[in-house]
Write a protein that binds this ligand. Structure first.
Ligand code: AMP
Ligand code: MN
Ligand code: MN
Ligand code: MN
Length: 380
């Protein structure tokens, strides 16, 4: 069974390592019945305005009941709706409006570990935020070129240029972009496998990077009128004690929220994070971390905040976007009967890079492994 939430506060577009443009991701959000979507690309906010404009346009079409207004179409032929919590499946157009929230996902370094901190609800034109984005851009470009040099030595053709061409103008090129390129070129069984073989610490295309400190990010996001959110705390592979230390530092530096619910997450992990969230008196956020089409990570997918937590959208900063405690999460429970094959995923990824698609490697591992069952992936 799959649950689709009408609010998702973490996703990526072609402004960083996502495969869909901001306009396309917004269209997908309407298709899946979302009412609130935060665009949180890595270290920049270049996709936000396009997303907001696309939603404004679609909302106007819905309010006019125009024939070309976006439809909900997450109900594929292969899907069956089991139930809907807090609402009905066939909603009137007025209940299908989408609000795009400005967001960002900053990379930071804490005790030599790479930690991601999302910013939500901030003014993306705030001078200090723009400054921080600019300095990250310089660091990211340097690193992306260093990774490309390694990949070229390993036989990949023009990796940096091809990633730039597949992303939007001015995008940040992350390891996520390279992982998709490696997969597209048929040199790995999946995006995850590309990380294992090439991009992780200790692998041949890894480049060590020192990002800025967490407190700087919290300060800038807060000053820009936003809320700092500790992203996917369960994915750092930390011991309980180390994670508590991280959350404690995050909170003492002014961080206000943490992600409790993510797409590829076991219920036990969500409950564990819910406990920590409550203990440290943080606001609870939720986000799919959607990057590209796949079975286990999609907009709104598998996101469910326990009712006893205080959702992040009740904070003061969210009020600017019409959100308050009155907003209730709606969940549609669906089953899909057919799984996508890894080979079709590889073909779709290859098409994005105008690839050099290889015949040398048949993506032949089991679908579950290639696509990543819930909990099987360590993504940052
Ligand atoms: P970077 O910020 O350049 O180090 O790249 C990190 C990005 O790579 C993350 O945001 C994910 O999108 C992606 N990523 C990290 N680990 C994995 C993995 N094991 N499999 C697939 N993608 C990953
Ligand atoms: Mn990413
Ligand atoms: Mn992310
Ligand atoms: Mn992340």
């Amino acid at each position: 069974m799959t649950t689709i939430s009408n609010i998702d506060l973490h996703c990526h577009t072609t402004a960083s390592d996502g495969s869909l443009s901001p306009t396309a991701i917004v269209a997908r959000a309407y298709g899946r019945g979302l009412n609130v979507l935060a665009i949180t690309d890595h270290d920049l906010v270049a996709g936000v305005e396009e997303g907001i404009r696309a939603a404004e346009k679609c909302n106007a079409l819905l309010l006019a009941h125009a024939p070309d207004a976006p439809r909900e179409h997450y109900l594929k032929d292969t899907a069956e709706v089991l139930s809907v919590d807090n609402g009905v499946l066939d909603r009137p157009d007025e209940e299908r409006l989408l609000t795009v929230i400005p967001g960002v996902e900053f990379s930071t370094t804490w005790n030599d570990e790479q930690i991601h901190v999302a910013g939500l609800f901030m003014d993306i034109n705030h001078p200090r935020l723009q400054q921080l984005v600019q300095s990250r851009r310089v660091a990211r470009t340097e690193r992306a070129l260093a990774i490309a040099a390694k990949l070229e030595r390993l036989g990949f053709e023009r990796p940096y240029e091809r990633c730039v061409a597949a992303a939007q103008e001015g995008a940040t090129i992350t390891r996520g972009n390279y992982a998709r390129l490696i997969f597209a070129d048929g040199k790995a069984k999946s995006v995850d496998d590309a990380f294992h073989q090439y991009l992780r610490r200790g692998q041949p295309a890894y480049v060590q990077t020192k990002w800025g400190p967490i407190d700087e990010v919290i300060e800038v996001v807060t000053e820009a009128g936003g809320v700092a959110v500790l992203a996917h705390p369960r994915r750092y592979n930390f011991s309980n004690q180390r994670l508590r230390r991280l959350i404690n530092d995050f909170k003492s530096w002014g961080g206000q929220a943490m992600e409790v619910s993510s797409a590829q997450q076991k219920p036990t992990d969500r409950d564990y994070l819910a406990n920590l969230c409550q203990q440290y008196e943080l606001l609870a956020s939720l986000g799919s971390d959607f990057h590209s089409e796949g079975m286990y990570r999609d907009l709104g997918q598998n996101l469910d905040l326990p009712a006893h937590l205080t959702p992040v959208w009740t904070c003061e900063a969210a009020a600017k976007f019409g959100l308050s405690g009155d907003f209730k999460q709606r969940l549609v429970h669906v089953t899909y009967h057919k799984e996508e094959s890894p080979a079709s995923q590889q073909a779709a990824t290859a098409a994005q890079f105008g690839a050099i698609s290889s015949t040398s490697h048949q993506a032949s591992s089991t679908p579950a492994k290639a696509l990543g069952r819930p909990g099987s992936i360590v993504h940052l």
